[in-house]
Design a protein around this ligand. Sequence first.
Ligand code: GLU
Length: 464
Amino acid sequence: MCGIVGYIGDREAQEILIKGLSRLEYRGYDSAGVAVVNGSLEVRKKQGKIARLSADLANASLDGKLGIGHTRWATHGAPNDENAHPHVSTGGSFALVHNGIIENYTALRDMLTTRGYSFVSQTDTEVLVRLIEDFVKQTDLSLGKAVRQALSQVKGTYGIALVTQDDPDMLIAARKGSPLILGVGDGEYFLGSDAAPIVEYTRKVVYLNDGELVIVRRNGFKVFSVDEVKLNKTIHELEWDLEQIEKGGYEHFMLKEIMEQPTALENAMRGRLFEDDPFVKLGGLMDSSHRLRKADRIILCACGTSWHAALVGEYLIEAWARIPVEVEYASEFRYRNPILRDGDAVLVISQSGETADTLAAVREAQRQGIPVYGICNTVGSTIARETDAGVYLHAGPEIGVASTKAFTAQVTILAQLALKLAQDIELSEAELKEIVRELKQIPSKIAEVLEDVSNVEHIAKTFR
Ligand code: GLU
């Protein structure tokens, strides 16, 4: 989940949006975009660094005192200009940015397609845009109400912000499972997915809670609950200074990512593992899990920390699914003339999806006619594109070079895969249910451990 910024006030929005996006750059991202309202709605978005977007805006700037911006960390659809946010309604009257994942986007997309809507991107986000459009069209609802109706149909997580050319004095935002903060200025408001883009302008903030929707105008804002009751929100004082916030308040990215593990693991299980249903849903392997299940041998191939995740995966798959597993160093694989036979399946693991040795292993196995599957974090990465099928971690950007949350997310995916391969065959429904129940508890157990890290610091010093 990446970055959202928004502005409504009397200053030029573009500069505030770009600066805000740069402040969120620490989160990592693959594309950036802005939408500004000034009579009409104008959108600019670019794959790659914010500098590319800024260069484009420097050629022809967007005037207007209302706008939204986004840095994307792709989860659905490759990182490219079309998939970058903001996404606009069919007639181009409103624009939306979104952090998070819409789990039921396939069903919604099918429904909207049969109703005559078409899509220009591969994102889950555009489905939400069309859904809002549909509510406006069918029921003649105001945009705010249409957003609320559309969100009630969405399963998954979102932090969203919208602007429309039909109302140049309105910024709409809502959240569920993805943070949003409203910065309160004097006749102006700032929206941020964290405080980083806000703190420079104001320290007065309102934290939106899950299920809440805010309608912001220059002369005030109104927050509504899920059932559309107007809420009285407290205005808090930000304690962080600018520098702290750039790493989300943590001393360094690795620490931040360690602390993000409860969320990363929840996201790795979201839409895949359900408390009341022991059957794991791995959409990316839907058409190929039977092939993996029938494999005589699975070869897990990876480098570095991903290789360590593979070692855990070996134990899990062998213990639960009873399929023999071997773990290979991807860096050795292509050089050691590996024995691959019909009935083998190769599964590669890479956080970035770009690890050169792992990619070479993919190509070596494919050259020998062996099916290759992938577990990656980065959507649209080369390994994700070149493997036959696979599963994404959805752990969010990992900037720290020593892998933390990506490792635990990889193990979480491998556990789900092992369960998927075991279900119906090796494990009874009761056994599956028990494991699922335990897995679902891990994020809160990690959160509990991370609540007090003073002991960890002590132990780390001893070992050092
Ligand atoms: N799921 C959305 C996409 O793939 C948003 C990703 C994000 O949080 O940046 O475009």
